[in-house]
Structures are given as C-alpha cells and as structure tokens.
Design a protein around this ligand. Structure first.
Ligand code: N01
Length: 544
C-alpha cells in the first residue's frame, strides 16, 4: 500500500479493505453503514453467525426478550426508519429484534458487505505497513487499515466447569447458544442453573412446558415485573410523533433510557409518599423502577428503602415462606447487579411443578449421568439449562487472539485487567477500535444509544485521520491509565461495586481479574468527555 496522503489514497485500495468490522449486531451494522455511506470507505463485516443479529442471533432461549422498551431499543439515525418500523409489544422479543435488524440490513443494503459464517480466530498488527491481518476459522486471511470489533459485551458464554458434565445422559444447553429449532421440554424434568436476567426470563416459560423444573439458585436476585403488553396503535402514533424529543432525552441522561428521573432523593419525601411512588413504579413495571428517586444507585440508605420494598413484594407473592425467604436477596443492594425484569418469575415458585434449590448453602458438587448432585442431595433430570451468564466485556475480545504492535498479545496485556482509553482503544493496538469495550458506558445503558455514540465517535475519528492524512492511531499508555483510574473512581461513586460477585467486576469467572469494567459516570457525561477529546485533536491518542 502506498504511503497515503489524501483520503482517496488511504481508502480506495483494491487489495486491502479500509476497515474490517467484526460482528453484525447493532454495533457492526451501524458502523458499516457509517463507514460505507458517510465516508465512502471499503468496509466489510466478518460475522460468525449465518445472519445478522449479534446477541439476538444466538440468544433464542424461552422467554428471550429485551428489558429496554422496544421503541427505545432501536436506531435513531434515520428518521424514516423509525417512522416505518412499528414494534408490536412494550418489550421486544428476541425474534422481533432479529426481524428489525434483518430489516435494517435489507433496507440499507448492508448484506453485500457482510461475510456470514466467518468466525474470527486471530488478528495481528503489522508495524511496517500499519495494517491488520484478520484470520477466520476456515483459514482465510483479510487485510485492513482499521479493525473495529463490534463483538458485544455479553457474547462469550460461560459454562461453568462442573465435574461430570460429559457423563450427563440428557441434553444440556447454554441460553446464549440456544438451538435455532427450539427445544421441546414437554414431559421432561429440567434443571435450570442461574437466576440472572436470563434465568429469570426463562424459568416461567420452561415451567409451563416441563413436567418439572428445578431452579438451582446461588444468589437470590431482585426483579421488577415487566408488565409486557401489546403496543396499541395510539401509543405507537404518539411515540412516533414524539421521537425527536424522546431521542434527545435518551441521549442527554446517564443511561440512555426514556425514563424521567425526579430530582428528589428517596429520603427527602415522607415514608407514605415513598411507598406510593414505589407502588406506582411496581404497577408500571420495568427498569424505570431504578429511576423512582435520584439517589437509589448512590446512597445506601436510599437504596435500602427500594430493596426493602422489593423484598416485601417477594414475600407477598411467594406463598411458601421458606421459598420466599430463599428468593429474597440479602447480600447486595438493589440494582448493584444488573436488575432483571420479569413476567411471573416469583409467581412461578407457587407452581406445584417447580422446586427451588439453594446451591449457596449446598453447592453443586458434580453432574452425574442422571442429574445434578449437590453436597446434600441428588436431583434426577432429563435436561439441564445453563443460564450461567457470560465472560463479559473482555471475554469476546480475548477470544479474538489479538496480537498488537511488536507481537504483544491482548491476553498478556490484560492479564491484570483491561486498559483502554474511552473503551475505544487499547495502548499497543494501533488502528484497533473496540465498540462497547471495557471502560465504556455500554452495558450500563440502553445499548443502542450507547452504540450510536461509540460508533459515531469512531467514524468521526477515522474521518479526521483521513482529512489529515494519518494512517496510524494509538492510545497513549498514560492517557489510558488515567481513563481507567477515572472509570474506577466513577464506579466507586456508586453502589455498583457493592455487588462483589457481579459480572461488571469480572467476579463471575474464576481467575478473572476483579476490575469494574463499564464506565459508571453516565452516558451523557461520557459523550461530552469523548467530544472534548476529539475537539482537542484527539488528545491522548497518537496519530501519525
Ligand atoms: O447472566 P448473569 P445472565 N453455579 O451473569 C449463576 C443481559 N441480559 O445471562 O449470582 C451456580 O447475570 C449466577 O449466580 P451468582 C443483562 O445485562 C439482558 O442472566 O454468580 N450458579 C447467576 O445467578 C444481564 O445482566 C437481557 O451467584 C451459577 C447466573 O448464573 C446479562 O445479560 C436479557 C454458577 C448468571 O447470571 C447476563 O445475564 C438477559 C455456578 N457455577 C440477559 N455460575 C435483556 O433483556 C453462574 N451461576 C436485554
């Protein structure tokens, strides 16, 4: 490749593409659109799945549904797209989100630049040419100037190492890799391990179908009723009319959701008023419960009022007092782990075909040919469902086996925890951009809003480089260290680190460094910091 000095020379070579994007989910699709349509670059997407969808391509477990309101869980970049698409329910099911992303891919003719079935297994940077070589499982190599990972944060399934799994005679599944043809549980005794957002969505659905469901719970979880329902024509019309204001509000707050948070703290109102507001929010349902008061995530006393309210609800729903007590979370404040929302989760334990097993008190010892053995009992099962989560944020990036400048590896560089600047670049990995990387607000937000901010920043950065004739960008070590210190401080300003076993901290994966990975300082704050850095000529990044 010739030494480029103009945008055309940088970006219009035949042999080497300007950018490779890994992943065709929400991030990858929009990143491709921007690079191709706005910058006129030659960009391709490498996608392991056979179609678009990302996390929604793989997550097809019973009850898989998004916890964001459907109208807010969508792209905002094209006003006619948001006018022509109508969501059918308050929360979109996995299949409907897949249809939406397929529609986006068709509408913007994105598929012609996407290689499906192309699983990336390695990528290395060449200092001499400033190019990346990306290798796929089938042995193909692709070369590009910019490598952009759009691999999601919770896409690396975690199947815990439990002795004996290979001996199990029944079928077992991880929710994140669900068979596309579905699973028929009728007449079966099913064991479900895990009570995070996924397990809480799946349990009621499996219980309805299976002969018996045994839920193996290590940590009791708070959950808010979703109150999912079809969206009426009038609601859809009102949303569409109001979209500009809704989008503006979503971008200008800390989490990218459409909720309005009042200025008051939980303790600034009378206990009757507090209770009334919690009851209203419970009746309304959804993640908006976190926004009933302004200080639920920052003041433990305020949070305790919400935690107590939910604990009371669990006790009032679950009829058997012992089961209710086991289901009642006590070891972390509400929303310090990502709070699930549910449809009849706690009610499910009133069914005669559902049993709750406390594997904190008596841990799972092994899986046998016929079921699960805990330290005090054997449970006979025909199928096991692992709703055991993900090696979040760093897992999908480490799986790419990235080799940076001078032959360094990301696995070594992140052995004590990730280091990035804005979540978007890692020192030592020039021309590599990570959408929703560790250090970005991503998972603490309504994802599409965060993704639009992250990808727009990357696009602007690449456009800037093209204008200036730069062919290499790399985050400074000092700037990345300062950013990670800020990420750590932002988390400590909240109650989030109090859930010391959460995946935000990497604590769900044995041996993983304990680093609070997402940026808890808020999306709008993050966006303005990112803009300031860009305006200052990409301060903290070295370009040449
Ligand atoms: O995973 P999790 P998830 N033995 O890590 C348990 C998003 N999401 O798939 O808490 C026994 O939260 C583990 O126990 P503990 C959302 O961001 C979004 O449910 O570690 N149990 C926990 O109960 C969410 O946060 C939607 O003690 C074991 C569970 O497995 C994220 O995905 C829907 C175990 C794992 O919970 C991940 O949720 C669904 C073991 N060895 C998910 N190992 C939307 O709606 C783990 N567990 C957008």
């Amino acid at each position: 490749i010739a030494d480029p000095v103009t945008r055309d020379e940088i970006f219009h070579t035949d042999e080497i593409v300007d950018a490779i994007i890994i992943g065709a989910g929400f991030s990858g699709l929009y990143q491709l659109y921007q690079l191709r349509e706005e910058l006129g670059l030659k960009a391709i997407v490498l996608e392991a799945g056979k179609d678009v969808g990302g996390t929604w391509y793989w997550n097809r477990y019973p009850g898989a549904r998004c916890d964001s309101e459907s109208y807010a869980y969508s792209y905002s970049f094209d006003p006619s797209l948001e006018q022509e698409w109508s969501w059918s329910e308050r929360y979109p099911g996995a299949a409907e989100i897949r249809s939406y992303l397929e529609h986006v891919a068709d509408r913007f003719d994105l598929r012609r630049n996407i290689h499906f079935g192309a699983k990336v297994v390695g990528a290395s940077f060449d200092d001499a040419t400033n190019l990346w070589t990306v290798s796929t499982l089938d042995g193909a190599d692709f070369r590009c100037r910019f490598l952009i990972t759009a691999v999601g944060c919770i896409s690396s399934a975690n199947v815990p190492h439990i002795a004996g799994l290979a001996d199990f005679k029944g079928e077992w599944y991880h929710t994140g890799h669900w068979p596309h043809e579905g699973v028929d549980f009728s007449g079966l005794r099913v064991g479900l391990i895990g009570t995070g957002s996924t397990g809480i969505q799946a349990a009621p659905e499996i219980a309805r179908e299976a002969a018996h469901l045994t839920v193996f719970q290590r940590t009791a979880n708070y959950s808010i009723p979703a109150h999912n329902a079809p969206l009426g024509k009038d609601e859809i019309r009102a949303i569409k009319e109001d979209y500009p204001a809704i989008r503006k509000h979503m971008r200008s707050n800390s989490n990218g959701h459409p909720y309005q948070m009042p200025p008051e703290g939980a303790l600034s109102v009378s206990s009757e008023e507090r209770e009334r507001r919690y009851e209203d929010a419970w009746a309304k349902g959804g993640l908006g419960f976190r926004a009933v008061f302004s200080d639920l995530l920052t003041d433990i006393k305020a949070n305790t009022t919400a935690s107590d309210f939910i604990r009371g609800k669990i006790r009032s729903i679950v009829k058997d007092p012992e089961t209710a007590s086991l289901l009642t979370p006590t070891d972390h404040p509400f929303a310090s782990k990502r709070p699930p929302i549910d449809t009849n989760y706690f009610e499910t334990f009133n069914r005669s075909n559902v049993t709750l097993v406390d594997v904190r008190a008596a841990p799972i010892q092994s899986i046998t040919a016929t079921g699960i053995r805990t330290t005090n009992a054997d449970y006979e099962l025909d199928a096991i469902v692992f709703a055991t989560g993900f090696d979040a944020m760093t897992g999908p990036l480490l799986a790419l086996n990235l080799i940076g400048s001078g032959g360094r590896t990301l696995r070594d560089d992140w052995s004590t925890g990730p280091s990035t600047l804005l979540g978007v670049q890692t020192p030592g990995y020039p021309n590599l951009f990570t959408v929703t990387g560790p250090g970005s607000p991503s998972v603490l937000c309504n994802m599409p809003v965060a993704i639009e901010q992250h990808t727009r920043w990357i696009t602007a950065c690449i456009a800037y480089m093209a204008d200036k004739g730069y062919k290499r960008i790399e985050a400074d070590v000092d700037a990345a260290q300062a950013w990670m210190a800020h990420v750590d401080a932002a988390a400590k300003n909240t109650l989030l680190p109090m859930a010391n076993h959460s995946w935000y901290l990497g604590a769900n994966i044995p041996g993983k460094p304990r680093v609070f990975m997402p940026y808890a300082g808020g999306l709008s704050n993050f966006a303005s910091k990112s803009d300031d850095i860009a305006r200052a000529g990409y301060q903290g990044f070295r370009m040449s």
